[in-house]
Structures are given as C-alpha cells and as structure tokens.
Design a protein. Structure first.
Ligand SMILES: Cc1cc2nc3c(=O)[nH]c(=O)nc-3n(C[C@H](O)[C@H](O)[C@H](O)COP(=O)(O)O)c2cc1C
Length: 410
C-alpha cells in the first residue's frame, strides 16, 4: 500500500499519511526541564519533513523518576506556553503531534540520585553495567495510584498544551512494561500474577485518560511484542493485552520489543547477534493485528520505501521510523517525490551488546543534537566519538539535574 494514503483513527481524526516519527528521547530540556529552543528547532525539522504523525521523545510524568538527565518533565501548567510552542513547531505540514509519557521504574540511572521504585524489588541484570542502576523498592498501593494519576495528569496537560494526542509508553522495560512482565513483576496482589493483573496498571491509565480528555484527542499505547527474555512478557501476553485495550477507545497501538537488558528494539537479540532483517517486529505485529480492532503500527529497522510498503500490505496501518528520520527528517517528502533515499548509520563492530546498544543510541542522539542546532545530520559519525560525546553530555546534565532537584520543594 502507498504510505501516502491518509488514515482515519477510531476517534474520527485523521493522519495525512502512514509514516510516523517514533519516540526518541532527546535529552534537550532547558535547565528547568521544560522544552528548550533547541528541542523546538528539532521538531520543526520533522514537521517540515512530511511525516503524518510525530510522537515526541518520552516526557517524564514525575521529576523524581527520569529515564535520563536532560529529559522534559510535565507535572503542572507552569511551562505550558513552552509546551504549546513545542507542539506548534511540529505541525507545519499537518502532522498530528502526540506526546509520549513515561515513568522509568527501575530503568533509572543510579547517578541521578533518586529513590527507585518498581513493581517488585528485582534488580537489573546487565552484567558489569547492573551497578548503573539502583535495586528498586516494591511500590505500595498508594504509589501505584499516584503513578496512575500522574499519567492521567500529564495527558490532560498535553491536551491543554495543544498536542493532538498522547502515547503511553508501555514498552522497552520501563515501569508499565515492568508491571507487564513476569520477570519483573513478582507481586502476589491484584497487580501481579495473571496477565489481567499485570496489565491492570496500563488498563487503568488508558481508561482514566480516555475519560478525562476530549473524544477527538488521540490515545496510543506503545507495547512490546515480547521482551525477548526467557520467562518474560510473551507474544501471547501481548495479544491478550491488545484484547484488553480493544474496547477502551485506544486509537493506535505501536508494536516494538525489548528492554535495556535485551535491546531488541535496536535489532540486537539477547545473544548480541543482530537480527539483520528490516522491520524487526513485523511478524509479531501482523499476528497481533489479526486480533485487534484498532490500528497497529510497527517500528524498528525500517528505512526503505519498499519495506514501508511491504509493512502496510500486511494489515499494519502505520509505519514507525526512528533512526532513519534522525538521519534524514525529510525522508517522507523525498520518498513522495520519487527519491529512493535509505539513510543508514555506520555499523558498530563492538562485541559487548550493552556497549553496542549505548553507542547506537549515542550515534542517533548525535544527529538529534545537530538538527537541534540547525545543522545537517552526520551519518558517518563513529561509534567511539558519539559514545564519548554522549558520556560527557550525560555527566554534565546529571550534575545539572541533581542541582535542580536540590532546589525543588520536597
Ligand atoms: C536515541 C534513541 C532514543 C529513543 N528514545 C525512545 C523513547 O523515548 N521512547 C520510545 O518509545 N522509544 C525510544 N526509542 C526507540 C525508538 O522509538 C524505536 O522503537 C527504535 O529506535 C527502533 O526504530 P528504528 O530502527 O526506526 O530506529 C529510542 C531510540 C533511539 C535510537
């Protein structure tokens, strides 16, 4: 199918085409953790580039719980004007702009110096890198209610700021994904055990957001097809979660996979082997689409027009793209004008899969940083250079975050 066909969502709104920019954490917040001028410039580039849907990098619903330093935080109306500018900057050619909202749970760097909470006290298992994370404390009922309320609050604020929708991040091993996975959710109460219990937090968040936002506001969930770990969240679990979401007024489910421990979202299998094919999760997404009554999007490894077309042939409504749009924000416009653009990063020869995954993220963030300063991307950046640059950026922003937190009221 031609990706330049509009899509009408269940809420009646439409997307001008089938290509979405998927969420990529930018670490480009201003010193008060609101959207910076650089962040706004970056989104203008994507808005001009012709995608039909722009999903922001994850925005934190709680300043005490960050996926990394330099992240945007949305807890109150304090910086609403900046958020309005951010949404507006991306809308130049009629794309819908959705804010992704997230809580890291145990996937929060220990260097940020915050208390880490998760469904259960299960530490990260990343070999030598496990020490980069604090062993989490299991959440109380009150903390679970508070987190649900914070997701809903962020969605309501996103609508007030003029975003067209939100995406709840329930993938990649973050908090909601930790609740979904039997490896990280060992709870014996109503939040753990059978998949209906493990999905209770996600279902509550989705239901309450839908009840609080207007009917035309789009609501999406990013879900793992599997977490690619033995005994973990399985494709069958994913199918059951989609069945639970079917009647709740969700407009789009994005299918991805993996976590920090098993970074399948970047084409890395648990054993470090590259999955090497394009559209990593296509088969899983097609299986899920079979039982879904709402549009499905698949993200991961897509960078060529024929692959995008093939994805759309197979019952998938939207194609999600991250890396290739960081390398070339104008990719949709170029495809539409007949150019066979297929942006690609240098390959990474590093054997350590954690380091390779970090280097990959750094190489993409290098492009985001360049675009945010009005420069053109540099696909030739080496993994070592990008890695060191990212380490330095992280160190500086971690210190800045800790100082900022020290000034916040308790
Ligand atoms: C630098 C970087 C940051 C990312 N940040 C997020 C994020 O904030 N939220 C999210 O759901 N996925 C995030 N992802 C994953 C992407 O959305 C996408 O699922 C993944 O990169 C695979 O798609 P691609 O091969 O087109 O890049 C990130 C990926 C990269 C490379």
């Amino acid at each position: 199918m031609n990706p330049f066909t509009p899509l009408t969502l269940p809420n009646g709104t439409s997307l001008p085409n089938r290509i979405a920019k998927s969420a990529m954490e930018e670490n480009l917040a201003d010193p008060d953790h609101a959207p910076s001028d650089e962040l706004i410039r970056l989104y203008r580039a994507w808005g001009d580039g012709g995608v039909g849907l722009i999903i922001t990098g994850n925005v934190m619903i709680d300043r005490r719980a960050m996926t990394g330093p330099g992240g945007v935080v949305l807890e109150s109306q304090r910086h609403l004007a900046r958020f309005q500018q951010w949404a507006q900057s991306a809308r130049a050619r009629g794309a819908q702009v959705w804010m992704q909202i997230n809580h890291p749970g145990r996937q929060m760097p220990a260097a940020l110096g915050q208390l880490t909470i998760a469904p259960s006290a299960v530490p990260m298992d990343m070999g030598n890198f496990s020490k980069q994370f604090t062993v989490p404390r299991a959440m109380s009922e009150d903390e679970i209610s508070e987190v649900i309320g914070r997701f809903v609050n962020a969605a309501v604020l996103a609508e007030q700021a003029g975003f067209d929708g939100v995406q709840v991040h329930a993938a990649h091993g973050y908090l909601i994904s930790q609740f979904l996975s039997p490896l990280t959710n060992k709870r014996m109460d109503r939040w753990g055990g059978a998949i209906g219990n493990r999905a209770r937090m996600l279902v509550a968040i989705v239901r309450e957001i839908r009840a609080r936002v207007s009917p035309g506001f789009s609501l999406s969930v990013k879900l793992n097809s599997a977490d690619f770990q033995r005994g973990g969240f399985s494709p069958e679990d994913a199918r059951q979660v989609v069945a639970l979401l079917n009647p709740l007024g969700v407009d789009l489910i994005e299918i991805s996979g993996g976590s920090y421990e098993a970074p399948a979202m970047h084409g890395q299998a648990r054993d470090g082997r590259s999955l090497s094919r394009e559209a990593y999760f296509l088969q899983f997404a097609q299986d899920i689409a079979g039982g879904a009554r709402l549009p499905i999007m698949v993200t991961g490894g897509i960078r060529r027009l024929p692959v995008a077309e093939q994805v759309l042939e197979g019952g998938i409504a939207m194609v999600g793209i991250g890396t290739a749009l960081a390398l070339n924000p104008a990719l949709p416009r170029e495809w539409e004008s007949g150019k066979a653009s297929a942006p690609m990063l240098r390959s990474i020869g590093w054997r350590n899969k954690v380091l390779a995954s970090l280097a990959y993220m750094a190489m993409v963030k290098h492009q985001l940083r360049r675009l945010s300063r009005g420069r053109i991307p540099n696909p030739g950046v080496t993994p070592a250079y990008a890695f060191l640059e990212q380490q330095l950026d992280t160190t500086i922003k971690t210190c800045r975050y800790r100082r900022w937190m020290g000034r916040q009221p308790a």
